[in-house]
Write a protein that binds this ligand. Structure first.
Ligand code: UVW
Length: 302
């Protein structure tokens, strides 16, 4: 089956109305957020982003540079006996580090999620539909971490390793947790550790990640959004030989936001220690108008 056939089968177009902007985030109702608050037991807080700065993973391909941080004021520029101020700037592609992909991030056959034409995303105006700021009050709920690297007893899965639904279910059994409706699913591959150990030179030439069969699994479970510690969620090279087929199905057909380049290592270590793999997950994007993605510092609270 081609990815387009699978995308057609799993499509959520029209499910939440013709004007829908948030796709599978519609699955998260106030009752899910309220229940997710009950996941907070120890009060431990984990931030899940990589540092925003010049040492990020980008090598410049496609104009994606690492963030440039500049100071516009330093304290001793000021008169010494009054207020002294420091200010700064950051210049960065929104896709350079830990980020949300909005539903306007990818398309095929000239159509975005819910059937919006691709002319709704322009280089000057940005995204007129499906912009990332539609999510700002919608990314809070129950998070579940499935650690596939730990399941296989490795620091990281090798590039090109496709994670299957059987892997996801084996991790559920090994960890004693079940992914349910309206959950935010985080999948650890260990690829963040690979970046720290070997640097960025070949980090984006390949990666372990979700195989295409996981699309149906995510839909059947009613997952609200998926995140991972790799750079594109899905296995590269893809199993079909096409470029990012799972992006096409998840974002464009199913309307599922993706959280990429997460740092899941400290959270995973803690979960392995106490055997608790679910938590309150809060990760709003920046409130940027017309953007197709956003940097984010996701928070998991246990
Ligand atoms: C692409 O490179 C298209 O996607 P992402 O930034 O989501 O990995």
């Amino acid at each position: 089956m081609s990815f387009k056939d699978l995308g057609r089968e799993l499509s959520n177009w029209g499910r939440w109305g013709p004007d829908d902007q948030i796709g599978t985030l519609n699955l998260v109702e106030p009752r899910h957020v309220q229940a997710a608050a009950g996941e907070v037991r120890s009060g431990k807080v984990f931030q899940l982003s990589i540092p925003v700065g010049k040492d990020g993973p980008q090598s410049g391909i496609g104009g994606r540079l690492n963030p440039v941080h500049l100071m516009s004021m330093q304290p001793d520029d000021w008169e010494p006996h009054g207020l002294q101020v420091a200010d700064d700037w950051i210049i960065m592609p929104l896709q350079s580090g830990t980020q949300w992909d909005a539903l306007s991030h990818v398309a095929y056959d000239d159509k975005l999620y819910n059937g919006y034409p691709t002319d709704q995303v322009r280089t000057r105006a940005g995204a007129r539909q499906l912009a990332v700021d539609a999510f700002t009050d919608r990314i809070a709920g129950r998070g579940v971490l499935l650690d596939i690297a730990r399941l296989h007893g490795v620091d990281w899965l090798e590039g090109g390793t496709a994670i299957t639904p059987a892997d996801l279910e084996a991790a559920e059994v090994a960890q004693g947790v079940t992914v349910g409706e309206a959950d935010f699913l985080l999948v650890r591959t260990g690829w963040r550790g690979r970046l720290l150990a070997h640097g960025r030179d070949d980090w984006m030439s390949t990666e372990p990640g979700l195989g295409i069969d996981c699309a149906r699994w995510l839909r059947d479970r009613g997952v609200a959004a998926v995140g991972s510690d790799n750079w594109a969620i899905e296995v590269i090279p893809s199993e079909t030989g096409e470029t990012l087929p799972l992006h096409c199905i998840l974002i464009r057909d199913m309307g599922m936001p993706l959280a990429e380049i997460l740092d899941l290592d400290a959270l995973s270590a803690d979960c392995a220690g106490d055997g608790v793999w679910s938590f309150l997950f809060v990760a709003p994007p920046l409130h940027i108008s017309n953007a197709v993605g956003s940097p984010v510092t996701p928070i998991a609270i246990k």
